[in-house]
Design a protein around this ligand. Sequence first.
Ligand SMILES: *Cc1c(COP(=O)(O)O)cnc(C)c1O
Length: 387
Amino acid sequence: MANRHSDDTSPLHPDTLSVHAGRAIDTDTGAVTPPIHMSTTFQRDADGDYSRGHVYARHSNPTRSQLENCLARLEGGAGAMAFASGSAATMAVLQLLRPGDHVLLTEDCYHGTRHQLDTIFRPWGIECTRVDTSDTDAVATAFRPRTRLLWIESPSNPLQRVSDLDALAELARARDVITACDNTVATPVFQSPLRHGIDLVVHSTTKFLGGHSDLLGGAVIHREGFPLAGALRNIQTAGGAVPAAFDCWLLLRSISSLGVRVRAQAATAVSLAHRLDCHPEVSAVFHPMHPGHPHHERARACMPGGSGLLSFTVRGGGDVARRIAVETRLFTRATSLGGVESLIEHRASIEGPGTRTPDNLLRLSVGLEHGDDLWRDLDGAITRASR
Ligand SMILES: *Cc1c(COP(=O)(O)O)cnc(C)c1O
């Protein structure tokens, strides 16, 4: 296998890395598209060594290694670990903690992350506090002597608050606290947390990176010199929550078109946000690239484009919101985000009891359909549901 860029160290644009990084021309056949290596085990050399680098597929597999190299380059990291889901990637980071440790996490972060901390890690003696990480001062006062991890999701979900990653990384570094940023929503196309001094980037690759709602995956990417990189690799390979070779291959295939997809999705999301903002039945719109957003300026600086995700609230309340999700035709009523097809979701319903998400809020994941068609669908549904 020959890496296409083995002797090229000049920085490449993310769009180029998306197509080339980690990929290799198959030296045996010349295949341009990498083969899928399904083998779970690899031949030992006559002298007992494994000079070709792979032993057993839980530890590494050529297809997974290609994906991990691609993800590391895309995020500007020193290494990446692929997992069977975004939740498994989150678990791996949390498993770096010890009983007695304390975690600070974004108040409206992905509800599954909070759920893991509450139901799995609290019984292991790990405390956590939710804080609005878009408010740097609030974070500064929330650290405790045993705080070990600052978990940031930016933009947050569903309120799309944007955190100042530079400032948070500095606060954490001064206190010897690990920083992790869930970059699932912004993607490396719009935000590069490691370049802002963050230690770890976490992805649910199920979303925009996978992009077609047909694979489940996750990843952790670490900065150069991250002292616990070996511990993380051990959690991945000894823990075994690794993705199948086929899913790695499918994900690499999807990442090739990441920039084109995500920029189109974000542009349509911004145009829908503007149109929704003018709708008489809509009370608020949440998208970082919408000029009315409280963190609009910060977002323009650190995540130009925002994402293909947006939320809005309706004047008619929760029942009208739920009816809108029934009335749309092009927006499918389903959870998840980042696929080529548009989705609509009443978030409070899926987050369940204890959620702080407003009952009159709907979240849209904008796909690759034409914005005019999406708007007609949405506008019609809002009008019918508000009658
Ligand atoms: C979906 C999601 C996750 C969890 O990922 P899975 O692949 O569903 O396990 C984590 N963080 C964010 C922001 C997500 O949207």
